[in-house]
Write a protein that binds this ligand. Structure first.
Ligand code: PRP
Ligand code: URA
Length: 209
């Protein structure tokens, strides 16, 4: 079933790496490397429609006009697991600023609990990428998007790896205008709010906890 405002990046190289990431026998070292590589590969698609502005440049041959990104970029990983995607995105957008939002799910209620936030002061004037590998119930992502909107952010995209249909629906009920980029839309959540088939707990697998 297609979801409006969800961009599924089903590039074969990304799908290959995602399959390795899902494998339960992939250890934390390999998991981190794969997460980092997939995040890098997603950047082309995620940034495709960002506006550019002309910039004069002197080549060795003559003067011409090139194009550069019109606005500054801010990456906002949701701690912890979003951190695993940040370096991969930064590799292609090295001038980006970073904000951090600490949010975890209460294991009993599955409600998001916010415990930390630090954003660049001028974030409202920038292109913002909210990053987190997992969109499960959608509670954490939606709470983070709400926080960013309250900080004045208007150009926001949510970049995840694996999304559950339930999470997409919940997130878009609250933030329909925020595009979701993902590498897979999985089948469903289980009774504990884990994505099936999913890849398990992304934070634990990244950090070996
Ligand atoms: C994971 C993941 C998301 C959240 C998704 O974090 O990184 O932030 O769960 O679930 P949701 O869509 O149902 O809110 P977790 O709560 O495990 O925190 P951690 O990264 O600190 O371990
Ligand atoms: N958070 C994760 O890390 N994995 C899931 O499957 C659901 C939430």
């Amino acid at each position: 079933m297609p979801f409006p405002n969800v961009i599924l990046i089903d590039h074969p190289v990304i799908q290959t790496k995602l399959t390795e990431l899902r494998d339960y026998s992939t250890d934390h070292r390999e998991f981190r490397a794969l997460l980092d590589e997939i995040a890098s590969l997603m950047v082309y698609e995620v940034t495709r429609d960002w506006p550019t502005k002309p910039r004069p440049v002197q080549t060795p041959m003559e003067r011409t006009t090139g194009n550069v990104l019109a606005r500054q970029v801010t990456l906002v990983p949701i701690l912890r697991a979003g951190l695993g995607m940040a370096d991969g995105v930064l590799r292609l957008l090295p001038e980006a600023r970073m904000g951090h939002l600490g949010v975890y799910r209460d294991e009993a209620t599955l409600e998001p609990v916010s415990y930390y936030h630090k954003l660049p002061p001028d974030i409202a004037a920038t292109e913002v990428l909210l990053i987190d590998p997992m969109l499960a119930t959608g509670g954490s992502g939606a709470a983070a998007a709400e926080f960013l909107k309250k900080a004045g952010v208007t150009s926001l995209k949510f970049v995840c790896l694996v999304a559950a249909p339930e999470g997409i629906q919940y997130f878009h009920k609250l933030h329909p205008e925020v595009p979701i980029y993902c590498a897979a839309i999985d089948r469903q959540l289980n009774e504990k709010g884990y994505i099936l088939p999913g890849l398990g707990d992304a934070g634990d697998r990244s950090f070996g906890t």
